[in-house]
Design a protein around this ligand. Structure first.
Ligand code: ADP
Ligand code: ZN
Ligand code: ZN
Length: 735
């Protein structure tokens, strides 16, 4: 018999497979195998099974073990192979990084299933003797719960009695218990089960999507509150009605709130649903991933990484807030989950629906009505807010030249807040900077506190009496005197969330004020608590960063104040206006979601800026077209394609040398691609590393890919390549 050779992908930075001898394990493509590599045992993925090897057979090592779970099906393999090629990232690392952590470890993939328990119609509690205290307690707790939900889970039961497992076993033996695996039911209480009647635009959207067969991208363009989520839900009811069908819903990390999850669960309660995001424990993540990949979970709601989850019966992909920057992975394989989802939908020949109030220009470019390219996306617009009477907020600029601010607040904004307080309504102040003040300054010698490791100022955190770098995490005590001239009078300059909160507390001593930023809200539960308080009207004024901008529903909030946008207006980043517009639209959307009309006041020194015109008239399309024209003139994406070679080292000379070699090499390889000179990014130094990058630009993806395919192996072979840190970022979002 011919020897069986397993070609295995490993989590090592080498773009090749490794051959091992299989002596008797049942291996399949997609199996996890344990092998010895460079003196360590590693988990790898079987990519091919072959009868020959380029290595002499007696030199090959045997595999140590092959687990019997197949972690990637053929379709997921194909997707990940595409990604490894497109992002020029080693296949082994691509495959392994798509797995839940537990499957990257040298362990069989076992999970304990969890269940909820409920009494069924056989139960007859009078038969239980009072003496059997635990059994009695558990049985009665189950009975009391009978009308509440589908059952009680391990956590709830263990709070009642630590002996619950035995009690459940006894009741099960009596035939009184119905148990249901937990992916199928995780009852939600707050949301309602009632489906609203769709309006004409929503109906149109659904019927258009359903009328096409096969691969088709759709842009569902509608402001916050226009009923996009309702469209997803009713669409899924149609799609999932087909036997075995599965659907994947991608959301930005911060949008996966318990409220959103509950809404999907309660409206699609007949379909097992799992979530995949960073807030899960590793065992939950594995369990959810397995439920999806076995086809048991019909709905997966997840953040960027979940785009790689195997789903054997995937019939539709939905991307909510498709413009959101968190879909882009910023290290390792720098993929964009929206782009990967598009490829996946195409490979599977299924529809993909992208929703947004402010689509990315990449998407708008292909969806806009006067688009002339061939690969058109379908455009579906929801122009009205779905709830009757809930009108769009009125947006005004406060010209801070005419109404100067004191401690960051203009009198107009202060009055508007006072009115809200008197009427018992809520206000939100949006400022995208956490801490007390962005700068610590010496009035005598103009010294400012900056980070020794980064090209960045240290931010003042007054309550802790510390200065912190928001880029590398470095922190130190606030000095008692100026380190440069000895002046004891150092003053914090500028505004951030903590200072704003303090100012508001002085202005409105009786108001209940809450702050939401990464310092005050460290996890999702803390955020949920504050959001619940807002819902219950226990808070009058919210101060916060973009953590507050997204997705949340505040029915009593009628005023949004935007404190400082002007730095973003004139940022050197060519995507800054696009991002600011989208952020301001989002945050405006927080006002007046229920029956009370909302108002948005934006403090700015540049009220004439076109961005504010577009915002006031809620005219995304005109503004987006304007930005697209600018991009076309400058030959920026989406009208051209970028790849960015980023390099860093403690020694800037080596960085420059490497990038110059890379640039020269690239210039010899292609005349279709423009190779710029290496430059320093705005943040020249980060975590003590000196940084520079090289930009490549092409008019087509194909031309860029042709170059990269030859260039990357040559770069990897460069001597300097192993001395410095470098990475290739295809379709970069940040520079
Ligand atoms: P989006 O996802 O665009 O922000 P949602 O789907 O969350 O919008 O809808 C906003 C609110 O309007 C929700 O409370 C939703 O239940 C309600 N809603 C959506 N569609 C309708 C409709 N056709 N009739 C009445 N209410 C609706
Ligand atoms: Zn000084
Ligand atoms: Zn720093």
């Amino acid at each position: 018999m011919l020897p069986k050779i397993l070609k295995i992908a490993l989590d090592v930075p080498l773009n090749r497979l490794f051959d091992y001898l299989n002596n008797g394990f049942k291996a399949q493509v997609g199996s996890r195998a344990v092998v010895s590599f460079a003196g360590r045992n590693l988990v790898g993925i079987v990519v091919e099974i072959s009868e020959s090897s380029e290595v002499a057979l007696d030199k090959l090592k045997p595999v140590i073990h092959v687990f019997d779970d197949v972690v990637f099906d053929a379709a997921t393999f194909k997707l990940l192979k595409f990604c490894a090629d497109y992002y020029h990232y080693p296949l082994g690392q691509t495959l392994i990084s798509a797995l839940p952590l537990r499957l990257r470890q040298i362990k069989p993939a076992v999970t304990r299933k969890s269940f909820v328990y409920a009494l069924n119609e056989n139960a007859n509690l009078v038969e239980i003797p009072k003496k059997q205290i635990v059994l009695h307690k558990i049985a009665h707790a189950l009975q009391a719960n009978i009308h509440g939900s589908a059952g009680m889970d391990a956590n709830t039961l263990s709070e009642i009695s630590s002996g619950w497992r035995k009690a459940i076993a006894q009741l099960t033996a009596l035939g009184w218990i119905t148990q249901t695996e937990i992916i199928a039911v995780k009852p939600s209480l707050r949301s309602s089960n009632v489906a609203p009647d769709l309006n004409a635009e929503q109906q149109q959207a659904i019927s258009s999507i359903l009328s096409e067969v096969g691969f088709k991208p759709w842009l569902l363009h509608g402001v916050t509150g226009s009923g996009k989520t309702e469209v997803y839900i009713q669409l899924l009811q149609k799609i999932l009605a087909e036997k075995d069908a599965q659907a994947l819903i991608l959301v930005p990390e911060i949008n996966l709130t318990p409220q959103l999850e509950a809404r999907f669960r309660s409206r699609l309660s007949q379909y097992p649903l799992v979530t995949l995001h960073s807030n899960l424990s590793e065992s939950e993540r594995l369990q959810h991933w397995q439920a999806a990949s076995a086809g048991a979970a019909k709905i997966v709601i997840g953040t960027r990484l979940s785009v790689f989850t195997p789903m054997p019966h995937l019939k539709m992909i939905i991307i909510d807030e498709e413009h959101d920057g968190s879909y882009k992975q910023q290290d390792g394989m720098r993929y964009h989950a929206r782009d990967v989802a598009m490829v996946r939908a195409k490979q599977l020949n299924i529809p993909i629906v992208m929703g947004s109030a402010t689509p990315s220009l990449e998407t708008w470019h292909l969806a806009k009505p006067n688009n002339i390219t061939k690969h058109q996306y379908g455009l579906l617009s929801l122009k009205e807010r779905a709830v009757t009477n809930a009108r769009l907020p009125k947006i005004h600029c406060i010209d801070i030249a005419k109404s100067p601010t004191e401690n960051g607040l203009s009198p107009i904004l202060i009055n508007a807040m006072r009115e809200r307080l008197q009427r018992g309504e809520q206000s939100l102040l949006f400022i995208n900077r956490r801490g007390y003040a962005p700068v610590m300054h010496c009035n005598a010698c103009q010294w400012v506190a900056s980070c020794a490791r980064c090209s960045a100022r240290l931010v003042v955190h007054l309550s802790q009496k510390r200065l912190k770098c928001h880029h590398c995490g470095h922190e130190q005590k606030i000095p008692l005197q100026c380190p440069s001239c000895g002046n004891p009078d150092l003053s914090p300059i500028g505004l951030a969330t903590q200072r704003l909160q303090q100012t508001l507390a002085t202005l409105f001593p009786n108001a209940k004020i809450a702050r939401v930023d990464r310092d005050s809200v460290r996890n999702k539960d803390a955020l949920t608590d504050i959001l619940t308080q807002v819902q219950n009207k226990e808070i009058d004024i919210l101060v916060g960063t973009q953590m507050l901008a997204k997705g949340h529903d505040f029915p009593h909030l009628t005023l949004v104040g935007v404190i400082d946008t002007d730095t973003a207006l004139f940022s050197p980043d060519f995507r800054a206006s696009e991002r600011l517009f989208s952020q301001l639209m989002q945050v405006s959307g927080r006002a007046g979601r229920a029956k009370i009309a909302g108002e948005v006041l934006i403090q700015t020194a540049f009220p004439q800026n076109a961005l504010f015109d577009a915002l006031r008239s809620q005219d995304y399309a005109t503004y987006a077209d304007e930005l697209l024209n600018e991009r076309a003139t400058m030959q920026f994406p989406p009208t051209s394609y970028f790849a960015l070679l980023k390099a860093e080292s403690s020694d800037i000379k080596q960085v420059n040398q490497f990038l110059n070699i890379a640039a020269n090499l690239a210039r010899t390889l292609s005349n279709e691609v423009t190779i710029y000179d290496p430059v320093r990014p705005q943040m020249e130094r980060l975590k003590s590393m000196e940084r520079a990058h090289l930009l490549l630009q092409a008019n087509s993806r194909a031309a860029l890919q042709r170059l990269l395919k030859v260039w990357m192996p040559q770069l990897r072979a460069e001597k300097l390549a192993s001395k410095i840190r470098w990475a290739l970022d295809i379709d970069p979002l940040e520079f």
